[in-house]
Design a protein around this ligand. Structure first.
Ligand SMILES: Nc1ncnc2c1ncn2[C@@H]1O[C@H](COP(=O)(O)OP(=O)(O)O)[C@@H](O)[C@H]1O
Ligand SMILES: [Mg+2]
Length: 252
């Protein structure tokens, strides 16, 4: 379990994470939704130690994230950042091999090679392994970064807007893959999504943030409702039951 206890982050006068307490389970798919600027990325960055907090404690299976060696944290938790990019001239395979760094420190073991091969295959990158990443389309590059995170092979996999740049084929493919990571490999997948219908279809739990706080938290059936969604986004929604799945519409 990841325990987030009373975490506060302020920039000048503005509090962007306001005493958030949240427990993230050790398996399953948890989606974080909410409008731009709600604090979602800041919270994930704090949990993964990219960013310090002004107050509060985060622990991953009892390991205090703020006071543990980054290598120990990186064996338990991986993150795909929203603004992930590299200027290095490396190939897809080399990028994915970086995911093994916390385990190998640069010397790839047989286990590392197996994890890299599995991540490349999972992300449909077989034809692109030797391509330099700066020559890929946005969506192809996004899949390469996801593969890097998968190669790290941690129990907790955090992804900040992983569907960015993906067409619906690859978006659906990635959501299926994340679901299977939870179901078949027992991982805890925590991801920030803007598409609430993907969140509805694939999550065990949806956490909604607004104005630096968690405002709604529960299974899709309790979050994908007109009232809950309006309280998160401040605009009207219609919600339909489609073969037992909740689908929200909000285009007009
Ligand atoms: N480095 C920064 N300096 C000042 N304000 C920031 C910084 N990073 C983020 N913010 C502000 O914090 C708030 C939350 O940002 P963020 O966590 O990125 O939101 P979300 O991911 O939910 O869209 C926003 O109002 C944003 O402008
Ligand atoms: Mg964000």
């Amino acid at each position: 379990m990841i325990t987030i206890d009373s975490v506060i982050k302020t920039y000048g006068e503005t509090t962007v994470v306001d005493a958030v307490s949240l427990e993230l389970p050790d398996s399953g798919v948890t989606s974080i939704i909410g409008p731009n600027g709600a604090g979602k990325s800041t919270l994930l960055s704090i949990v993964s130690r990219i960013l310090g907090a002004d107050a509060g404690v985060v622990s991953v299976e009892g390991l205090d994230v703020f006071h543990s060696p980054s290598r120990e944290v990186a064996k338990k938790l991986s993150i795909l950042r929203q603004d992930q990019h590299t200027t290095a001239r490396i190939t897809v395979r080399e990028l994915v091999e970086f995911g093994r760094y916390p385990h190998s420190h640069g010397r790839l073991t047989a286990e590392c090679h197996a994890a890299v091969a599995s991540a490349l295959e999972y992300c449909d990158l077989a034809d692109l392994v030797d391509r330099p990443i700066h020559q890929l389309s946005g969506g192809q590059r996004q899949r390469a970064y996801v593969a890097m995170v998968l190669a790290q092979d941690t129990r907790y996999v955090l992804l900040d807007e992983p569907l960015n740049n993906l067409d619906m084929v690859h978006a659906t493919g990635l959501m299926r893959l994340l679901r299977s990571l939870a179901d078949e490999r027992g991982k805890s997948v925590v991801l920030v999504l803007h598409d609430i219908n993907y969140a509805s279809a694939y999550s065990d739990r949806i956490v909604a943030m607004r104005d630096a706080k968690v405002v709604v938290d529960g299974p899709p059936a309790s979050v994908i409702t007109p009232d809950a969604l309006e309280s998160v986004y401040g605009m009207p929604f219609r919600v339909h039951d489609l073969d037992g799945e909740r689908v929200a519409s909000y285009y007009r």
